[in-house]
Write a protein that binds this ligand. Structure first.
Ligand code: GLN
Length: 477
């Protein structure tokens, strides 16, 4: 097995036993990137000099006989909406084409503190709006399993990089499914932690009440290890939770005996691909064999989740994106006066989808429509949250497909935004409710495209998710 194919925990063993050096490992990743990048296009920026320097630092530490942490010296890459001091952070937008943040996001500080090796910044849908990476202002990322298909989005670069061996793990962000859906499309593990678990300080805001950073990894063990590294209260983010952070690797236990798993009937509705449905049902059968109890449940307001999300997310986005006015933030396109300058800047530098969201958001927030749309959406959001609270009185965890179908073709949905939005049906309810969720690979379609299922946990109960996901991974055969 090649080094780039290995997991972080395997590589940690090799590093501590001095079978490989961090420099050798990092160079191996860069040669893999050289080999794959032209066909995949996962990256927007490569940070080779910095990466090689860190690798040398880790090697010196090891040769001095010092202990290294679980992720020290592991090469990873970062979605391009997470601020990196001195490294361009574009959000795959032309409006931030030259933006070099003067500070690091809190997650970056945490990774640097452990000497992780940052390979570069990853492609995404512009400002994380989309589900295919086709909305990047720079290029489309391809799905490593089939180059004619999308890797999912918006963290498409993050998922494709892991699947193609161009990074050992990556960080993505998830506002309505952007970690879980690409993880599912690319056959990797992707987790959105509970809202507030990971600091959003330095994550360029899309929809602040929904956004959450999380890991994309090759297996559940790496997922737990990365969570350990990035979770925790942060005084720079007033929405980060003071809840204690457990050692998530303690939940890597293969045991689901008596675990009550709920299957919401609304998530298995018509319109789902038969092969996806079969693979997900097969996963539930494995759980049943291992002693879990499968219970049918109902989340009755699921049918309103898409409409609710596509009011709330654009409303928050329209507000967050007001700052890109050609004055204080981002690029500027000149005009005869300030109004023309702002108009030119935003017209030229924002992509189609971003403009669509700004228009929907401002419409929903405007006088006369606020009550009918935004306020109504907030009320329905509460009902969706209540559905989960009620369901979790009877079950420990909820199992659903991650997406209604496997990866679609590049270009297939780009001109039909509504169809693209409907793809998010299984993932957006969790963001509306602030709950944690993971996508786990569970097989392939007849066209050899990865399929994933989703586990949803109670708020702050990532531990049960990790235990259940790990159990599946160990027993899937
Ligand atoms: N596909 C969803 C959207 O376009 C989710 C995006 C995300 O989670 N960032 O808004």
């Amino acid at each position: 097995m090649k080094l780039y194919e290995k997991t972080a925990h395997e590589l940690h063993e090799l590093l501590t036993s001095k079978k490989i050096s961090a420099l050798e490992l990092t160079k191996d990743l860069f040669s893999r990137i050289d080999e794959k990048e032209t066909e995949i296009g996962a990256y927007l920026e490569i940070t080779k000099t910095q990466a090689l320097e860190t690798a040398k630092l880790v090697d010196e530490k090891i040769s001095r006989g010092e202990k290294i942490s679980a992720l020290e010296g592991i090469p990873c890459a970062i979605k391009d909406n997470i601020c990196t001091k001195g490294i361009k952070t574009t959000c795959a937008s032309k409006i931030l084409e030259n933006f070099v943040p003067p500070y690091d996001a809190t997650v970056m500080k945490k990774l640097y503190a452990q000497n992780l090796i940052i390979l570069g910044k990853l492609n995404m849908d512009e400002f994380a709006m989309g589900g295919s990476t086709e909305n990047s202002a720079y290029h489309v990322t391809k799905n490593p399993h089939d180059l004619s298909r999308v890797p999912g989005g918006s963290s498409g670069g993050s998922a494709a990089a892991v699947a193609a061996g161009e990074a050992i793990f990556t960080l993505g962000s998830d506002t309505g499914g952007s970690i879980r859906q690409p993880a599912s499309f690319c056959g990797v593990v992707g987790m959105k932690p509970t809202y507030g678990r990971v600091s959003r300080y330095g994550l360029v805001a899309f929809a602040s009440s929904l956004d959450q950073i999380g890991p994309l990894t090759k297996d559940v063990t790496d997922c737990a290890t990365v969570l350990n590294a990035i979770c925790g209260l942060d005084e720079m983010d007033s929405t980060s939770t003071p809840a204690a952070v457990p050692d998530f690797t303690k939940s890597l236990i293969s045991d689901v005996k008596n675990l009550k798993i709920g299957l919401p009937k609304e998530y298995f509705a018509s319109g789902m691909d038969k092969e996806v449905e079969d693979a997900v049902i097969e996963a539930t059968e494995i759980y049943e064999k291992l002693g879990a109890q499968i219970v049918e449940i109902s989340l009755p307001h699921t049918e309103f989740a898409i409409s609710t999300y596509y009011i709330i997310a654009p409303a928050e986005a329209a507000t967050n994106l007001e700052r890109y006015d050609g004055v204080s933030y981002g690029a500027r396109v000149d005009g005869a006066d300030i109004v023309e300058m702002m108009t030119n800047t935003r017209t030229e530098k924002f992509g189609e989808e971003v403009k669509r969201r700004i228009m929907i958001g401002n419409y929903a927030l405007s006088a006369g429509y606020y009550d009918a749309y935004y306020l109504k959406a907030l009320k329905v959001r509460t009902l969706i949250q209540k559905d989960f609270t009620d369901a979790f009185k009877n079950v420990d965890i909820i199992l659903t497909p991650t997406t209604p179908n496997a990866a679609f073709k590049i270009g297939e949905m780009i001109n039909d935004p509504l169809k693209m939005y409907l793809q998010d049906i299984c993932t957006v309810p969790l963001n509306l409710a602030g709950l944690p969720g993971i996508s786990i690979p569970c097989g392939f379609t007849s066209e050899k495209l990865p399929i994933g299922f989703q586990l949803i946990g109670k708020a702050l109960d990532e531990e049960t998710i990790i235990r259940a996901a790990f159990t599946y991974e160990q027993n899937k055969g």
